[in-house]
Design a protein around this ligand. Sequence first.
Ligand code: PEP
Ligand code: MG
Length: 326
Amino acid sequence: QKAEWAKLVEAESVTKDGKHVELAANIGTPKDVVGVLENGADGVGLYRTEFLYMDSADFPTEDEQYEAYKAVLESMNGKGVVVRTMDIGGDKELPYLQLPEEMNPFLGYRAIRISLDKTDMFKTQLRALLRASVHGDLRIMFPMIATLQEFRSAKKIYDETKAELISEGVSVSETIQVGIMVEIPAAAVLAKQFAKEVDFFSIGTNDLIQYTMAADRMNERVSYLYQPYNPSILTLIKNVIDASHAEGKWTGMCGEMAGDQTAVPLLLGMGLDEFSMSATSILRTRSLISKLDSNEMAALADKAINECATAEEVVELVEEAVRKAT
Ligand code: PEP
Ligand code: MG
């Protein structure tokens, strides 16, 4: 099987009936790009920039960040790179930020909530990103967006920062896309409204499942509630994808679910445009997708959403369909 997958490094990510999708990789540092290229990814679907902050004794400077973003964009050689602005908080601590202890860190002061509060820090990151944008195909996304107001505030700071750089004579790419992570149920439910204003969505299922099921993703005792195939989760995902397409936008997924071999047929059937996963899952997923028919998977996804009541029923349905196809 490994040998069969190895042949797919240079291949396109396409279904049996010729439908193209993007298979991208998640990275945490510029060094990870080596594995991304070795596994023939179509792009980077999630660059978790918080490691830049966590691996440092103090705030990384604008130049340090610029160098990191530029390195990733250059090595990806024109392929799309989705960079997420820092997602500190929750389980990710940052000693020099000195955040007060909270009862519910996952529901507290984190990610975009910090960025919109500590705008100097946010602007430094955006300046570095905008300066790096001329070195490749940059897409920026904001984590943990719950309301349109948050997106508008973040976008406003982005637009101001861009205008400042241009007035300083710095060149900035004109084709940067600005999107959001959909990982809070409120945003998934309201996707239709968000889709009018964002350039793209990336669904973060690790958090979306945790918040939808009200089950801490780090707590083993409630891990049975981490149910990617629960029809409630599938319904939210479908709502996001359909909303983006109705506005001519695209939807990716960068949570673990995007590389889950049982979820892939369903996501394909729902019309997901970009799947972002750990680099080591790309070739196996490309192989699976090449054996699936997109119309059959669309019918499968419809059935899962409209006729199944439990995750177990969905899994049974998918396994039968995949057995027939492969
Ligand atoms: C997610 O929530 O699905 C996600 C990709 O982000 P993280 O795992 O970094 O929270
Ligand atoms: Mg998340």
